[in-house]
Ligand binder design. Structure first.
Ligand code: TPP
Ligand code: MG
Length: 161
């Protein structure tokens, strides 16, 4: 993350993963997150607003597959505003709300997948491409792919199965 860049972290596992696993950095990076009532709602639209406010500095949005699909409208707007921002949307796609796998309900024989995990048929990469967003799918060299996406203006979606 270059100076002036910011990270927007979605609710659910992304927020917890960064909290648990991100190493300490010598260079500070500003971090945004929507907590509380808003939950997973409007994540990409919020990150897009941050990217507009900070342009031409880059913003990276780390967001799960469900939160990403939940804000499909935000993704459409991101494609529309691609000339005005540098936004990289990183989607770790574990096919549903992986966080619920950590709850006792995960052992339920019938309700868990349909009512909690809720994996979607929608294809995140196809949606991003339809929005006019550049798609980087399962890059073999993730750090290099992220660095390249952050370095270029416009909107990238990095999809990680
Ligand atoms: C608007 C809204 N609806 C539902 C929820 C409940 N909820 C919390 S986490 C979550 C799953 C998110 O899935 P994903 O974005 O794929 O992240 P993962 O858990 O897989 O990391 C849901 C549905 C919420 N927080 N906010
Ligand atoms: Mg998920």
């Amino acid at each position: 993350m270059p100076p002036g860049g910011a990270l927007h972290i979605a609710s659910s596992l992304p927020f917890r993963d960064v909290d648990l696993f991100a190493p300490a950095r010598s260079a500070p990076v500003e971090v945004f997150s929507s907590r509380g009532a808003s939950g997973i709602d409007g994540t990409i639209a919020t990150a897009l607003g941050e990217a507009l406010a900070r342009a031409p500095a880059p913003v990276v949005c780390l967001v799960g597959d469900l939160a990403c699909l939940h804000d499909a409208g935000g993704l459409l707007h991101a494609g529309e505003l691609a000339d005005a921002v540098n936004l990289t949307v990183v989607v770790p796609d574990n096919r549903g709300g992986g966080i619920f796998g950590q709850l006792p309900i995960a052992a339920h024989p019938t309700a868990f997948e349909r009512c909690f995990l809720t994996p979607q048929r929608a294809d995140v990469t196809a949606l991003a491409a339809a929005a006019g967003v550049r798609v980087v799918a399962d890059p073999p060299d993730l750090p290099a792919a992220l660095a390249a996406a952050v370095a270029r203006p416009g909107v990238d979606l990095v999809h990680l199965r």
